[in-house]
Design a protein around this ligand. Structure first.
Ligand code: C2O
Ligand code: CU
Ligand code: CU
Length: 457
């Protein structure tokens, strides 16, 4: 529904079935009965309201990842939308105890006063985000603006949002989450054997395993999201004559770059987005291009295929993208913080993923930042941790003491720290005051405690 005040959607969070593996009906948790959830398209600065009604058997929380959202609609992990008749399970979590309101639905308001970008929405319930996303609670949310329109980038069927997510299936074609099932027991969702996170051997793109997509010999815009819980990919497009087709990056998590950056190979960590132009010109009609994952073995080494079906109109990749990126400088920083993302033992002896030695506690103030301040964060990791900040976009200042990598360009909201690596990011905390979060976006790490409060005052 569209009015002068903005756009309004209603989404029912409900169980649904889909034929993902041919011949099997897979039970899913969905937004609106489909996986991925419906793609929401919005204009910069046009208010979007989404009413979510929870008809799932468990509490939910909605977060718009990458959104500049007032705290009340940001989906804090204990702002639960309860299911009808919810009384909690025998070992139900602390988060459920803290639920203040027994609401069955909730209206989330998104001002979207931000640059054109591909955001995504997903569940964010404390301790249970990973199994909820795994079961299907994720969808895309595109923000458009005039700057992007003026670039005349590939649109319509030449613009392909691609949500990449690995999943594992059991012999009945049901999603296998290889850990305690929290919806049955209320227990913590992940157990120690899955410290590295949960991986699947089936790669889904927009909910379909290893799809094939027909293209012509023109230019395409691939808007890639890694919505996997824990899997990292290194993408490469290879034609069947062995040629590498360049992935020309025009945007990062938070929108377009100043100028395109070509890649032969592109690493993408959980929650990262890359906006890519791919030119199928020069390939013979009838040929195929595989989008491969160089970090995967066996079935996880493949993502999808493009089949060049017909001749298209050649198109130019723009030389500049006309965007002014914020020019924050180290010298502007009011505060420099050090934050360590490492494994450790929690008080109860369980193994956890910790930030500065502590697991997530909604009651504790971790980082308090002043609205309007520029800050530099020095992050350090023991193993791979894709670190995500809510509310703000940031720029990568350095990696491993040296220059950022080519794919660190632009405005990001998630940075993939590599094992043993340190990195510096810079941002300005503007937008809204309130309680936000930063966390590892390996969803199992997040559930195992690697999350902290970011209070903007
Ligand atoms: Cu993608 Cu805190 O979220
Ligand atoms: Cu987020
Ligand atoms: Cu992590």
């Amino acid at each position: 529904e569209s009015t002068a005040d903005g756009d309004r959607y209603e989404l029912v969070q409900q169980e649904a079935e889909a034929e993902i593996i041919p011949g099997f009906a897979t039970r899913l948790w969905t937004y609106g009965g489909v996986f991925p959830g419906p793609t929401i398209e919005a204009r910069r600065g046009r208010h979007t309201t989404v009413l979510h009604r929870n008809e799932l058997p468990v509490p939910t929380v909605l977060h718009l990842h990458g959104g500049r959202t007032p705290a009340a609609s940001d989906g804090y992990p204990t702002d639960l939308v309860l299911p009808d008749g919810w009384t909690g399970h025998a070992g139900h979590s602390m988060a459920d105890d803290r639920a203040a309101v027994a609401n069955l639905q909730r209206e989330y308001g998104f001002p979207l006063d931000q640059r054109a970008a591909m955001l995504w929405y997903h569940d964010h319930r404390m301790d249970f985000t990973a199994p909820a996303i795994w079961r299907g609670l994720a969808g895309l949310h595109l923000v458009r603006d005039d700057v992007e329109d003026a670039l005349d980038l590939p649109r319509g069927d030449r613009e392909l949002p691609l949500m990449i997510a690995d999943r594992a299936f059991d012999e009945d074609g049901q999603l296998a989450y290889p850990a305690v099932d929290p919806s049955l027991t209320g227990e913590h969702g992940v157990t120690e054997p899955y410290l590295a996170g949960v991986l699947g051997d089936v790669v889904l793109v927009n909910g379909a395993p290893w799809p094939e997509h027909e293209v012509d010999t023109g230019l395409y815009r691939l808007r890639v999201l890694n919505a996997s819980n824990a899997r990292h990919y290194e993408l490469e497009a290879v034609a069947d004559d062995g040629r590498t087709v360049p992935l020309v990056q025009i945007g990062a998590d938070q929108g377009l770059l100043a100028a395109p950056v070509p890649h032969d190979r592109l690493p993408i960590a959980p929650a990262e987005r890359y906006d890519l132009l791919v030119d199928f010109g020069g390939l013979p009609v009838g040929s195929a291009v595989r989008l491969r994952n160089r970090l995967g073995t066996g079935p996880a080494a493949d993502v999808m295929r493009f089949r060049v079906a017909r001749d298209g109109t050649p198109a130019q990749i723009p030389a500049t993208l006309a965007y002014d990126l914020p020019e924050w400088d180290r010298a502007d920083a009011a505060v420099v913080r050090d934050l360590a993302f490492r494994a450790g033992r929690m008080d109860d002896g369980r193994h956890g993923w910790l930030i500065d030695g502590l697991p997530f506690d909604p009651a504790r103030a971790d980082v308090t930042a002043r609205l309007g301040d520029v800050e530099v964060w020095r992050l350090v990791a023991d193993v791979h941790h894709p670190v995500h900040l809510h509310l703000v976009g940031f720029r990568v200042l350095s990696r491993g003491g040296g220059a950022p990598l080519p794919h660190d360009a632009g405005l990001k909201d998630t940075i993939a720290l590599r094992p043993g690596e340190s990195a510096e990011i810079i941002t300005r905390f503007d937008g809204y005051r309130g309680r936000y979060l930063f966390h590892c976006h390996n969803a199992e790490h997040e559930d195992m405690g690697m999350m902290a409060n970011l209070e903007i005052v």
